[in-house]
Write a new protein. Sequence first.
Length: 163
Amino acid sequence: MSSSKGTRFRVLVLSGPNLAELGRREPEVYGTESYQTIMTELVAVARETCAVECVARQSNHEGQLIDWIASAAEDGFAGIVINPGALTHTSIALLDAVRGCALPCIEVHLSNPEAREAFRRRSYVGRACLGKVAGFGKESYLLGVRGLLAHLERTTTTKARHA
Ligand code: DQA
């Protein structure tokens, strides 16, 4: 499968509420690099090392995230990597959107929610995701892209074999 600019797959990388504040927001938990810096690096590294085209979007609004998820397949994305922020722990609407979008989805977090407050231990979105990467700071996004790519390569090859 080919995509634009010689890349193999297009991946939508979504970030939810308050993640635009990275670098300023609780740096002891989330690090000192800005959202922009992290995403610029992710886009470049994913293209160079995985031949994946990442398109990064962030919103503080649940409805906007749901709209992006709902149109992702139509918009030419092969899969989604999502850090839903606090909506991870509260949003059944986001869970339904991921379930309904028919694309493979990976949940990522900079911190490890399991090791934090009890209310962060539940993930609704995770119930519809292929897998989760948490606790590796900005690297969680890249690891999520790599996991998604492995899945896409596996399933694409399988389909091609059976074609
Ligand atoms: C987060 C973890 C969430 O619990 C929190 O609400 C966030 C960031 C993370 O990336 O570690 O906003 O998703």
